[in-house]
Design a protein around this ligand. Structure first.
Ligand code: NAD
Length: 383
């Protein structure tokens, strides 16, 4: 595709904003935005000089690429609508999920339905001949990309990986509702370190034997700590989780018998806590997404820095702050969008593609099945 790529963004919230901010260096034309709430789409459109559309369907004829930044329960339908219209897709994490009540459906039922959806999405995208780009920014963090290069060039064997994504709770008003998010910390936050971990094991396998190493089985636990009767709320952590967990842990066993451990929670103060650590047979690496440890700022009074942005999700700008001078760079957002646009132009899969999206989603839902049985090992149904 050599012509100018016209992008339409679905959603006008947090993710839509950081996608839009990272498009300028991609050489695309952001045409418009849509959001289910009229006021939000019009304010967003006006603020960024793009057109507001009443719906995805109304926007599709004017674009080549739909960038889905809406809550997870809408991802599947928007992917199908875009692919059916012959448009490429960027989809925020998670790819999809099960959006019914956890009170009414077993986790095994959820896993089976998600597996069917994954199969159907892959078929639809493949048959339509469009590219699906899975917006897992951890894959594109410079630290993870450097580690990928080390693994490939040194033919490293990864023996063990550890990762985490945690903070004090999402800003989104619809977070914490299973029927909209498809789960809690495990899917919404665990997807990030797990995505990078599955990506690095794929790359190791390709470098060493020409085939990716994929997840085989999981053991997981989930907990709702802020809903414990004894939890003392001091007002610093978000607590409004309707029917989702706020703490999760998943242990992954890969096809080659090596392992990974991922923690994801809403219980961590002090800003975003995101990292992936690699223990290999020839080296060790710690990939930091946040904090990145490049600029520590000391501020004796919150008041004087109250309008300054220093780093995501700290509640105060007072004291020592692990500032992130360029989050779009350290969290991989800019690299991600540039790879997506190049992949579409070059008609090749992006680094973070539909296969990674499906493996990540099915591994996490297998994790929910395990957590329901207090950590019994469950096989990951690969598609
Ligand atoms: N990669 C990351 O670091 C990251 C960070 C935050 C969120 N996300 C993902 O981005 C997506 C959006 O999350 P967010 O934090 O921006 O949420 P948000 O609540 O801030 O914004 C969601 C936007 O979508 C609109 N919307 C809701 N339902 C819609 C529908 N059916 N059709 C059209 N518009 C609809 C809302 O009005 C709002 O404008 C989620 O999939 C989330 O998991 C990714």
């Amino acid at each position: 595709m050599s012509k100018n790529i016209r992008v339409g963004i679905a959603g006008a919230g947090f993710a839509a904003k950081f996608h839009l901010e990272n498009y300028p260096e991609c050489g695309v034309e952001v045409v418009g935005v849509t959001s289910s709430r009229r006021e939000r789409r019009e304010t967003f459109a006006e603020g960024h000089g793009v057109k507001a559309y009443a719906s995805v369907e109304a926007m599709l004829p004017d674009i080549d690429l739909l960038d889905i930044c809406t809550p997870p329960s809408s991802h599947r339908d928007y992917i199908l609508a875009a692919a059916s219209a012959g448009k490429h897709v960027i989809v925020e994490k998670p790819l999809t999920g099960f959006f019914g009540s956890p009170e009414e459906h077993s986790k095994a039922h959820m896993l089976e339905r998600v597996r069917e959806q994954a199969r159907m999405l892959r078929e639809t995208v493949t048959n339509a001949g469009v590219t699906l780009c899975y917006a897992e920014n951890f894959v594109y963090a410079p630290s993870v990309q450097k580690e990928r290069e080390i693994i490939e060039k040194s033919k490293a064997q990864i023996l063990r990986l550890v990762g985490e994504e945690s903070h004090n709770g999402s800003h989104s008003p619809v977070y914490g509702i299973w029927s909209i998010q498809g789960g809690g910390s495990l899917i919404a936050k665990g997807c990030h370190p797990l995505g990078a971990i599955l990506y690095l094991k794929r790359k190791e396998g390709l470098a060493r034997s020409g085939r990716p190493i994929r997840p085989a089985a999981v053991t997981a636990r989930t907990h709702s700590i802020t809903r414990l009767p004894g939890f003392e709320d001091r007002g610093f952590l978000r607590t409004t989780y309707q029917d989702t967990e706020d703490y999760s842990f998943i242990h992954v066993v890969f096809e080659d018998g090596t392992v990974a451990d991922v923690t994801a929670s809403e219980l961590v103060l002090g800003g975003i806590y995101d990292f992936v650590e690699v223990f290999a047979n020839n080296h060790r690496a710690r990939c930091r997404m946040s904090p990145v440890n490049v600029l520590d700022v000391y501020n004796p009074s919150h008041e004087q820095f109250k309008d300054l942005y220093l780093v995501e999700k700290i509640s105060s700008n007072e004291g020592w702050i692990p500032a992130s001078p360029e989050e779009g760079w350290s969290l991989g957002y800019g690299h991600e969008l540039r790879d997506f646009i190049r992949a579409i132009r070059e008609n090749r899969p992006p680094e973070s593609d539909i296969d990674l999206a499906i493996d990540t989603t099915l591994t996490l839902y297998a994790g929910y099945v395990s957590a329901d049985q207090e950590g019994k090992q469950v096989a990951v149904p690969l598609e």
